[in-house]
Design a protein around this ligand. Structure first.
Ligand SMILES: NC(=O)c1ccc[n+]([C@@H]2O[C@H](COP(=O)([O-])OP(=O)(O)OC[C@H]3O[C@@H](n4cnc5c(N)ncnc54)[C@H](OP(=O)(O)O)[C@@H]3O)[C@@H](O)[C@H]2O)c1
Length: 254
């Protein structure tokens, strides 16, 4: 099976590297980007870089669209009639299935939307999928190479974009505030970043391997009158959690 990736940007390169890493049997990777600099982001010996959109359409059984949302329309309109009977997977945020269907010049093309994040490079991202029909076996096999699949309706996929797609940026924003604190108290060099990274990774390991709830973990760390409780009380007084949720709602729905 030939899998094409149109757009070797931030997400497109992660999709390519994720599929290479997952080593799925019997798939060949093809990719195209109009920006020749993008090609350096992927392992050239594991993906066939083609010279034009046309060549990519001709080669791909399954085609990922990983260009910016405002670039999707022109990409769809350029698709050849020969693409009929194949599968398009759009990763573009906010571009609906109907928009894709209405702008495709090729009939009988299976259309899916996905929402995932840069973590698909390590096969560990959630991969939300919406389509007019349930996933076929071939597309499922490809998407499993990026992480864990959740088939959802399109409305939910849109609403979860801020958690799944933007999530790594939101989490990093919080980690950066811990780094800022470390710097304020005088930690120099790369140590602040290194320590905060280790705290984040060891926390995820603990949650994963000990299978505790978020509440249980917080309870294990706090002692009555202790420093953790004081910090969390301060955050609650400032409604930090509520403000974060409000910001996500405002960003997602306005
Ligand atoms: N980045 C994320 O974390 C993330 C997460 C979830 C979903 N997404 C979705 O993924 C899509 C891509 O985002 P991104 O951050 O990866 O964008 P990006 O880094 O800008 O990558 C898009 C790439 O496609 C190239 N391109 C534009 N038009 C093309 C065409 N007609 N044919 C071939 N290549 C073309 C762009 O070149 P130029 O730079 O020259 O335009 C660029 O190299 C977006 O729709 C976004 O909503 C991204």
């Amino acid at each position: 099976m030939n899998v094409g990736i149109l757009g070797i940007g931030n997400l497109g390169s992660s999709i390519i590297n994720g599929l290479i890493r997952s080593d799925i049997n019997k798939i060949k990777l093809f990719a195209y980007d109009s920006n020749s600099d993008a090609i350096s982001k992927v392992k050239a010996d594991r993906v066939n870089i083609v010279k034009s959109e046309k060549e990519l359409y001709q080669t791909s059984d399954v085609l990922f669209i990983a260009v910016k949302p405002d670039q999707v329309k022109s990409v769809l309109q350029k698709m050849l009639t020969g693409f009929t009977g194949r599968t398009v997977i759009s990763a573009a945020a906010g571009i609906s299935l109907d928009f894709i269907k209405n702008n495709l010049t090729t009939p009988n093309t299976k259309i899916y939307r996905i929402m995932t994040n840069l973590g698909c490079e390590f096969n560990s991202a959630p991969v939300l999928v919406a389509g007019y029909e349930p996933l076929d076996q071939m597309t499922q096999q490809v998407l499993e190479g990026l992480g864990k699949i959740y088939q959802v309706n399109e409305q939910l996929l849109n609403a979860l974009t801020t958690v799944v797609g933007s999530g790594p940026a939101l989490i990093t924003y919080f980690l950066d505030s811990l780094v800022q604190y470390c710097k304020i108290i005088g930690l120099e060099g790369d140590s602040a970043r290194e320590i905060v990274d280790m705290v984040a990774l060891s926390t995820l390991d603990y949650l994963k391997y000990k299978r505790v709830t978020y509440e249980d973990l917080i309870e294990k760390i706090t002692t009555p009158g202790g420093i953790t409780l004081k910090v969390l009380h301060n955050m609650d007084k400032m409604s930090v959690k509520g403000r974060i949720v409000d910001s996500i709602i405002k960003g997602a729905h306005n």
